[in-house]
Every structure is written in C-alpha cells, then in structure tokens.
Design a protein around this ligand. Structure first.
Ligand code: GTP
Ligand code: SPV
Ligand code: MN
Length: 594
C-alpha cells in the first residue's frame, strides 16, 4: 500500500527537479536543527547575534531595503473564474500564473539548500487545525516558521495520517521587486511565492495559508478564517469572556491581545489572557456558539511603539530567543526601536551609523518573532483543542474623525454591515502610501481569498436557528482632537471599553440607542482615574448625524462596487441605517426652517 506521504515525496521531487538545489533538508523542528541553522545564518550574515547577556538566543535580521512589507499589488488569487476572486483581489488565470512562476522558479535554488517544512496551523491535536508544507530556500523563513507554527515531526505525522496538506513553494529569488509575486491557487490548495523574504510574503503558513487559502476552505466548510486577535477578559468574579477583534494591519491587535489592566482594575482582580494576536479560526460548536482557535504558535509583532508604557507584556518576552527584523541596535548589541523606553541606537535598520537625518532607527514595519509561550499573559486555554467560546466580535480601524470610541451593532446583520463598512488609514505593514483612508472590510481586504460579496453572504449565513452568535461591536482608539493628538489614551486603558462590551454581552451594562447602533452614555463607561476632559469624552461618544449621513452614502457606493453578487440583505441593511439617520435629522431640519 502506498504511504500517504507519497504525494508529499513526489511534490518535493518535482520541485527539486525544477529548482535544482544543492541539498535538501527535511525540517524536524528540533533544538539541534535550530542551533545549526542559526550558526549557518550567523556565518552568512543573515543573522547578527545580539547581546548574549541582555538578549540570550536573540538575533537581528536585516532584510533587503526594498523588501520590508507585504506587497498587495503583487499578490494574486488565481481561480478559474475571475469572479470568484472578486474586485477585492488581483486576479490571474491559473495557467498564466503557473507559467510565470515556473519560469521564475526554474533553477532558482542552485547553490542553495531546499528546506521542507511540515507545519500545523492550530494545536496539533485540534480537530480544526490544518496542516501544510512549505518548501523554501530561506533559512530565515525556517527559523520564523519554527516559532510561528507547530513545525516538524508532529506535523509530518498528522499529514501522514490525514493524507492532505496545503502546498506552499517559496524562494527568495533575487529579492528583485520586479521579479516578485505572491500567488494563491485556492482550487489546488497551493501557494507560490517568489522574490521576497519578508513576513506575510514568505512565511506561507500565516497570511497565505491561514487567511487566503483558509478563508476559501472556511466558506466551503462553514467556518470563518479571520484577521482577528483572541483575548480572554477575566472579571473579579473569576469569569472569563473571550473577545475576537479584527483591526487592519498595524492597528492594535497585538497590543489589545496582551494589554495590562489599569492599576485600579488590576487591584480589583481583572485579568487579561492572550489566546492569539493576528489570526482566528472560528467554527460553530454543537452548542450554537462560535469556538475559536489561534492557528499560530507565535507572534510576528510590530516593534516600533512597543514599550514599558504601552505593551509591557510584549517587552517582557522579547529578551530571549527572539528574532528581530529591521530594528536598530545599540552600541552594546541590544535591539532598539522608536518607542522603546531606554537606550540609544548606534546602528539603524540598514546597518548604517544612526543618523536622524536618515529617518528612524527602526523601520516603521520592523518586527519581532517570538514563541507565544513566552508571553506573560499567555492563556491556559490557548492550546485547548476545542478552542474558546467567543462572546463578542469587535471591529475597528484608524479613524481620526467621525467614528465614536465604541458602537454596538443592534443584531448580526447590522454587525456584518459594520464589519463590511470598516475603514482605516493605511499603515507601513504594506508597501505604498501610509495614512490614506480606505475601506478594509473585516480587516480582510488584503487577506480574503475570494470575492468579498460571497464573503459577506457567508458571514450573514451564520445567523440561523439554534445559533448563539456573539454580539458585534466597533471601536476606534485613533480619534484625533483639534490638537492632532489621539484623544483616547488607548493601550491598557482600552480595558475600560472592553469592560463595557463584556457587560453588554452579560446584560449588565446600559446603552443609548442611536441610528448607527448602541453607544454608552458617558456615565456607562468607567473613566475614573483617567486624565480625560469631559468635553473630550463627549466628543468620543457623540454621533455626528450629518457626518454619518455622508458616511452611509460612501458605504452604499462601496457596496455597489460588488455588483449583483452582493447579498441583498446587506444593501437593505445599509438602506435601513441611512433611513434611520434621515429620520433622526428631519425634525431638526424642520425646526431650523420653521
Ligand atoms: P499586524 O501585526 O500588522 O496585523 O498589526 P496589529 O494589529 O497587531 O498592530 P499592533 O498591535 O502591533 O499595533 C501597531 C501600532 O499601533 C503600534 O505602533 C502600536 O503602538 C499602535 N497602537 C496599538 N494600540 C494602540 C492604542 O490603543 N492607541 C494608540 N494610539 N496606538 C496604538
Ligand atoms: C500584517 O501585515 O497584518 C501582519 C504582518 O500581521 S505580515 O505577516 O507581514 O502579514
Ligand atoms: Mn496581521
């Protein structure tokens, strides 16, 4: 009887014939292997050892200066029918994409080692976990995948048992932005990535598998693959509610997932537990609730802005066995970035002597890669094969104006509209302009592996008999005042908003009804001890009706771009909210004219 690993062996042989590596290495995920690869990278210059006293086991990697972020314009969904990819994706015909990629991959591993990385997304024993194999010629990718996934022998054993896996092929190629593509073939459960060594472009288990291919499979199989953190909020009575939150790239997921409660909350007994910081797979359970697992085993987090005052939990895990990418370094070999509380940079992220005239010491999208187990707030439920039940889903983005601190959707359909309508200013996590407001539905614009119209239909379909769905909310930590500064203090203080959210789920907190949803009154939010003027709080909780009328018109235009495939229920919901706003403004208009 042929082994169920035959398919894997045949594929590795075929890739080796195409790419002609000097050697093939099957990764087992062991300590010895990791030490061997780190030594190899220190020799080649891919890794720079950091100060062994202050940062044992830590390395710095400097990527090519033109390869520092995801490349959305070079990322494609290759389906037979372009309509299946939708207007939210770049599309290429599978045959054309394969021909292009075969030409790039031909002979590209000459002089290099081909690494075979079997990995599992999700706890190895979880029924909803999924396996993949990434072939790469980058030892840096191997070292990162070892921290970010369950990689090696156990994953290979699961693949052998299940007989199927997602095939990911990656080569750093020449790191030439003109010879760079990230291709997805959801109908073949395959990914091909060439010409980048960076994060989401190269660690194929993450965005390529767990979100783009994952979302495609989730739609077929009735679950959700989302760009969400998962956090447990434990109240002083010892009850823990789990919240899943979707914010676009570099908009606060890692920070919210590991927040430290404000002093007074801590003393009262509030605790926060980190389950995941970037990706969430949710499946309806037999009890009708949504149960979530974090498919990842580590964090690939934004370094700049991570400091004692903002995210001390993150800082506490970054002093050992961490890979830093594109940060600066101090004279005594410690990693350094803007927002770190102490130290001074000697070298910048490109290895030049630090000179403020050249810009910040760390690249704005500089990252750390670290095992989740090192996080002080790591949840005891993080490895639970059943996952955790979700009480609330939260959407949010960077909205300098208009959008209040927090809104509760009135029901699931309204919540899906709130998620679909999400907008946010772009960040350095992807190449291109930063600070441009764009729609980013459910924070999945760069990551949904199929047509957003079908994705909205899929979201709506969860609202059926027997379902006990989470409440849906929208938050905005990024509202700016007339002084151009963030009005809300954010970070740990965000627990005050989460407390209201969890209280709404438990039925213990009140709210006022508005045309755009339910909002706390100033008295409903605990702001004791905050340095926040009453007028600022009023601004954060105000609903600017005229501004929202324009916003709803913009949302309507955005929904129109999806054409007839858009679910009618979503369009009706947009019309309902628009009509409620018109209704609310009518008496005032009459009073003004009469
Ligand atoms: P990805 O890993 O790219 O998906 O990003 P993320 O959503 O995990 O973002 P992260 O938590 O790393 O935050 C990105 C940036 O936003 C950092 O520079 C943070 O300091 C900043 N940030 C996070 N939370 C807050 C907040 O509550 N208020 C403000 N003003 N800034 C925040
Ligand atoms: C993001 O951009 O949302 C990230 C980093 O989390 S990457 O792995 O590059 O996608
Ligand atoms: Mn992300």
């Amino acid at each position: 009887m042929p082994s169920s690993l035959d398919a894997l062996n045949h594929w590795v042989d075929a890739v080796a014939r195409l790419t002609t590596p000097d050697a093939i290495h099957w990764c087992d995920g062991s300590e010895e292997e990791n030490a061997m690869l780190a030594a190899r990278m220190r020799d080649s210059g891919d890794f720079i050892a950091l100060n062994p006293e202050t940062h044992p086991g830590c390395h710095l990697h400097r990527s090519s200066p033109s390869d520092v972020a995801r490349v959305e314009h070079l990322t494609f969904i290759c389906t037979r029918d372009p309509e299946d990819a939708g207007p939210n994706n770049h599309w290429m015909a599978p045959d054309e994409a394969h021909a292009k990629m075969d030409a790039l991959f031909a002979g590209c591993m000459r002089g290099r080692t081909l690494y075979v990385i079997p990995y599992c997304m999700g706890p190895i024993g979880a029924p909803n976990a999924r396996c993949g194999v990434e072939i790469t010629d980058s030892p840096y990718v191997v070292a990162n995948m070892r921290l970010m996934t369950r990689m090696g022998a156990a994953a290979l054993a699961r693949i052998e048992r299940e007989g199927h896996f997602v095939k990911g092929l990656h080569s750093t190629g020449e790191l030439d932005p003109d010879r760079r593509f990230i291709m997805h073939f959801p109908e073949e459960l395959a990914i091909q990535s060439y010409g980048s060594g960076y994060g989401g472009n190269a660690l194929l288990g993450k965005k390529c598998h767990a979100l783009r291919i994952g979302s495609w499979q989730a739609r077929q199989e009735g679950w959700l693959a989302e760009h969400m953190l998962i956090v447990g909020i434990e109240n002083p009575q010892g009850e823990t509610h789990y919240v899943a939150a979707a914010f676009p790239s570099a908009c606060g997921k890692t920070n919210l997932a590991m927040l430290i409660p404000p002093e007074r909350y801590r003393r009262a007994g509030w605790k926060v537990w980190t389950v995941g910081d970037d990706i969430c797979w949710m499946t309806p359970g037999p009890d009708g609730r949504l149960w979530a697992i974090n498919p990842e085993a580590g964090y690939f987090g934004v370094a700049p802005g991570t400091g004692k005052g903002t995210n001390p939990n993150a800082l506490a895990m970054l002093d050992r066995d961490t890979i830093f990418t594109n940060v600066g370094v101090t004279a005594d070999g410690q990693p350094w970035w803007e927002g770190l509380d102490d130290g001074t940079p000697a070298k910048d992220w490109q290895g030049r002597d630090f000179d403020p005239a050249n810009g910040p010491a760390a690249h704005a999208n500089a990252r750390f890669t670290v095992s989740a187990k090192q996080c002080p707030s790591w949840s005891p439920r993080a490895e639970d094969p059943q996952g955790v039940p979700i009480s609330a889903i939260v959407f949010g983005g960077r909205r300098p104006s208009l959008v209040p601190l927090v809104i509760e959707a009135r029901d699931w359909t309204h919540g899906v509209l709130v998620g679909a309508a999400m907008g946010s200013e772009t960040t350095a996590a992807a190449t291109g302009a930063v600070g441009v407001l764009r729609r980013d539905s459910m924070a999945m614009k760069p990551f949904c592996g199929y047509n957003f119209a079908d994705y909205f239909t899929h979201w709506l379909s969860f609202d059926k008999a027997g379902a006990k769905l989470p409440k849906i909310f929208h938050v905005n930590w990024f509202r700016k005042g007339a002084d151009g500064r963030f009005t809300w203090p954010g970070f740990g203080e965000n627990l005050r908003v989460l407390e209201w959210i969890v209280g709404r789920c438990a039925g213990t907190r009140s709210a006022r009804e508005t045309p755009i949803g339910l909002l706390p009154r100033a008295a409903d939010l605990d702001v004791e001890g905050l340095d926040l003027a009453a007028s600022d709080l009023a601004m954060l909780l105000d609903v600017d009706l005229a501004g929202w009328q324009d916003e709803l018109a913009g949302i309507g235009e955005y929904l129109e771009t999806f054409g007839p495939r858009l679910p009618a229920a979503l369009r009706r919901e947009q019309q309902r909210v628009a009509a409620a706003l018109d209704e609310e403004t009518r008496p005032r208009a009459r009073a003004a004219t009469g």
